[in-house]
Design a protein around this ligand. Structure first.
Ligand SMILES: *Cc1c(COP(=O)(O)O)cnc(C)c1O
Length: 219
């Protein structure tokens, strides 16, 4: 199947659930992205700053670019002028740097706190307690050019569906406990291997790469 066929079939599947699709285009060429774009997709996710920047420069300007991978503070300035949402805020230092970048560009940047729900130590993100600490801090409240609009999480890479379910469930409960007070609207969880479980557990934004573009090739 070609990219547009796979994209359209996933969009059809997501539609009744009201879930937003981030098409994860890391390692894909601008031509591959254009194929998805021409099939109506406007939200694309990248995990490397240089890659996002070079694609931003050559692709249509109505694309919303989502930063989904770990972001180093010294790279924020490159995407601050145009990035739509940063899913991967995993430290207060990074949030502060995004705020500085947003001020320089005279804009407000939407962000998600990445929460560590998986068993793997290698994954990034705050614990629930750390996230509450950030949200309650006066330092956070003083950052006027970022807006935290929700949470992002990645489940453990495992065949055991019950583990994935439990992790997504715990993140949804945490999200619900904060949603009203902090005016959250986005819960970003689920990728190619587990997005159906994530949606069942209450995700409203999924990040899907290989199920749209095929197995990843590295550039
Ligand atoms: C690569 C990536 C995805 C998409 O992964 P697929 O398995 O290709 O769907 C989703 N989220 C993040 C943070 C990623 O880095």
């Amino acid at each position: 199947m070609d990219i547009s066929t796979k994209l359209v079939s996933i969009l059809k599947e997501l539609e009744p659930t009201g879930t937003t699709l981030v098409a994860v285009s890391k390692t894909r060429t601008p031509d591959e992205i254009l194929e998805a774009y021409n099939a109506s997709q406007r939200i694309f996710g990248e995990n490397k700053v240089q890659e996002m920047l070079s694609k931003y420069e050559v692709l249509p300007k109505d694309i919303c670019w989502h930063q989904i991978g770990h972001l180093q503070t010294n790279k924020v300035k490159f995407i601050a002028p145009f990035v739509s949402i940063i899913h991967s805020v995993d430290s207060f230092k990074l949030l502060n740097e995004i705020n500085r970048g947003a001020i320089k560009n005279n804009r407000i940047i939407d962000c998600l706190l990445q929460i560590h729900i998986a068993k793997e130590e290698t994954k990034f993100g705050f614990s629930f307690e750390e996230a509450i600490g950030v949200l309650a801090s006066p330092e956070y409240k003083s950052l006027k050019n970022i807006k935290l609009v929700g949470l992002m999480g990645m489940a453990t890479l495992t065949e055991d569906i019950s583990i994935i379910k439990k992790e997504f469930h715990s993140l949804k409960q945490f999200y619900d406990s904060l949603r009203k007070e902090f005016d959250f609207s986005i819960l970003s969880m689920g990728m190619s291997s587990d997005y159906r479980i994530a949606i069942d557990e209450g995700s409203n934004m999924v990040r899907i790469g290989s199920s749209i573009f095929g197995e990843r090739h590295y550039i």
